[in-house]
Design a binder for this molecule. Structure first.
Ligand code: NAD
Ligand code: WQD
Length: 348
């Protein structure tokens, strides 16, 4: 029988792309999501893209903090492993509403781990983030670089990582992989699924995409005086399909004996500046992105990129796509779905 994977937050941006890759590799997938930051349309579209394998996907609208509902699900299905994406992720919002983030991200994870433990499901892949490296003193960031929280959001990732390490120490039968994503961008090459943030986008590429389709007038470039080639911030952008494949590699790693609780960076190992990224997007889309040069965004690091040797060595995973493909696929999704999964009236 094909392994059955529970995917929390599977209606979201990274989750939906990962669910598709899982189905295409013949896994059975159960998605739970409360649809707080997503739409069931993404699940429907993943089903369609997976064609025949789409029948191996089921969806439950459920909040992770609803313990009895999760318990019921685990009673009805035996899960081989869990990929845990569900969480809130807006750094700025987390500063305004820390309790919302602690409640949703930390309590949601506690609720999930409790039910997993009750049912002897002890294999977990968790969505951590490069945010755990804060403002790194040295780049590239290796998995051994110092960890620090620079926002309540980042603190939730650090706390959950620690919870996972503690859970493994308490019961060494657990196998846990903490994936630290750098900056996921792009979309599935079909242009049928992609990122659809509610409200004004916080992140660079969703904003650029909305300027390109005429929903916003200009991109504000935050900071032009960094010690980088062109003065703008440098990040490690990774194609969301490469990232999704990293989860399949992690699932295979969980089949090995005694892996314990391990951390892996998922990035490309290459840094790209804001202006380089805008230029690549302009080339891919044929659209001019008007820019407004502005001061630094509070809390931003100058330069962040990943060391990816550990993932390459131990997960046998390497990213395939560069920024050209990231921008091509981002534009393909944006031009086919200028209002994401919604209608103009639902998006501001
Ligand atoms: P997303 O918002 O698109 O997806 C998260 C999904 O989780 C959403 O569909 C949301 O409705 C759901 N969710 C949130 N709280 C829930 C709860 N309590 N119960 C059930 N469902 C809930 O975000 P994403 O970009 O796909 O990110 C997925 C994960 O990866 C998150 O944990 C995020 O912190 C992490 N991450 C994202 C990035 C990034 O830049 N996108 C970078 C590093 C880490
Ligand atoms: C990238 C670069 C900005 C918007 C965030 C989270 C991190 C992780 C990924 C979840 C920076 C510049 C941006 C804009 C700009 N998420 N920028 N104008 O800040 O690297 O990381 O998302 O875990 O935790 O902090 O990504 O896309 O916001 O910014 O000039 O309108 O683009 O200053 O240099 P960031 P980002």
């Amino acid at each position: 029988m094909a392994p059955t994977i529970l995917v929390t937050g599977g209606a979201g941006y990274i989750g939906s792309h990962t669910v598709l890759q899982l189905l295409l590799r013949d896994f059975r997938v159960v998605v739970v999501d409360n649809l707080y930051n997503s739409s069931e349309t993404s699940v429907q579209r993943v089903k369609e893209l997976a064609t025949q394998s789409g029948r191996n996907l089921s969806f439950h609208k459920l909040d992770l903090r609803d313990g009895p509902a999760l318990e019921k699900l685990f009673l009805s299905t035996r899960f081989d492993a869990v990929i845990h994406f569900a969480g809130l992720k807006a750094v700025g919002e987390s500063v305004q509403k820390p309790l919302l983030y602690f409640d949703n991200n930390i309590n949601g994870t506690i609720s999930l781990l409790k039910v997993m433990a009750n049912h002897g499901c002890k294999k977990l892949v968790f969505s951590s983030s490069a945010t755990v490296y804060g403002w790194p003193e040295k780049v590239p960031c290796t998995e051994e670089s110092p960890l620090v929280a620079t926002s309540p959001y980042g603190r939730t990732k650090l706390v959950i990582e620690e919870m996972c390490r503690d859970q493994y120490c308490a019961d060494p039968e657990w196998k846990i992989i903490l994936l630290r994503y750098f900056n996921p961008v792009g979309a599935h090459p079909s242009g049928y699924i992609g990122e659809d943030p509610h409200g004004i986008p916080n992140n660079l590429m969703p904003f650029v995409q909305q300027v390109a389709v005429g929903r916003r007038s200009a991109l504000t470039v935050y900071g032009t005086d960094y010690s980088t080639n062109d003065g703008t911030g440098v990040r490690d952008y990774i194609h969301v399909v490469d990232l999704a494949d990293g989860h399949i590699a992690a699932l295979h790693k969980l089949d090995e004996s005694s892996i314990g609780c391990r951390e892996y960076n998922l990035g490309t190992g290459k840094g790209t500046s804001v202006l380089e990224m805008v230029k690549a997007f302009e080339k891919a889309s044929g659209k001019k992105i008007p820019l407004v040069m502005s001061g630094r965004r509070p809390g931003d690091a100058e330069m962040v990129y990943a060391a990816i040797e550990k993932a390459a060595r131990e997960l046998k995973w390497k990213p395939k796509y560069g920024i050209e493909e990231m921008c091509r696929d981002q534009w393909n999704w944006a031009s086919k779905n200028p209002y994401g999964y919604g209608s103009p009236r639902n998006n501001h």
